[in-house]
Ligand binder design. Sequence first.
Ligand SMILES: [Zn+2]
Ligand SMILES: [Zn+2]
Length: 192
Amino acid sequence: MTSDVTLSCSCGALSAKLLNVRPQHGFHASCDCDDCHATNNHHGVHDPKDTAIDLYQTSPSNLKILSGGENLSVLRLHKSGGLLRWYAKCCDTPMYNTMASPKLPVVGVVASNVDNPEALGPVRAQGFVKKDGKTTHKNMVGMLSRMIGRMARERISGRWRDTPFFDASTMEPVVTPYTLTADERTAAYQPR
Ligand SMILES: [Zn+2]
Ligand SMILES: [Zn+2]
C-alpha cells in the first residue's frame, strides 16, 4: 500500500506533494515542546496550550514543491542554532522542520497542512507530553530508530541530495534563515 498526499499553506499558494506515504517511509508523531508552540505563537497561529502539534516525519526526497516555492521562508528560534523552521511567508503558515544540514536528511511536515491527514495513519509517538507537572515521551525510541534508519538509507543511496530545502552543492539552505530577535523570542515563548 502506498499513497501520495498533497498539502498547502493556509492561503494555498505554497503547495507540495508527499511521496511514499507509508510506514516504511514516514512516521506520524506529535510534539508538545515549547519550541513548536513558540513557532506557532510567532506566526500567530491558533495554538491551544494543551494541544500537541502533529508532525509527519519523512525524508526530504519524498517532498516535492508543486507551486509557490518563492514563498518558502525559514527561521530559527535561537541564535545558537537548532532546527530550521520553514514557513510560507504568503500567509505565515508553519510548514516544515529540518535539521540545519542536508546531511541529516529528515523533515517534520506539519500535519494540519495535509489535505487528507488520515492518510498519515495514527499518531505513533508523542514528544514532550506534559502530565502532572512532569514531561514524558511515548515511543520516542521507536521514532528515533526509524528516523536513523531512514537517514542512513538516504545517505547511502545519495537521495539526501534531493531536497527542496538545501543547495546540495553548497550545503546552504535555499533561503537565508531569519533568527528571531530577543523581543520576538520573548513574545513567542510567553506563557498563555
Ligand atoms: Zn500561503
Ligand atoms: Zn516540538
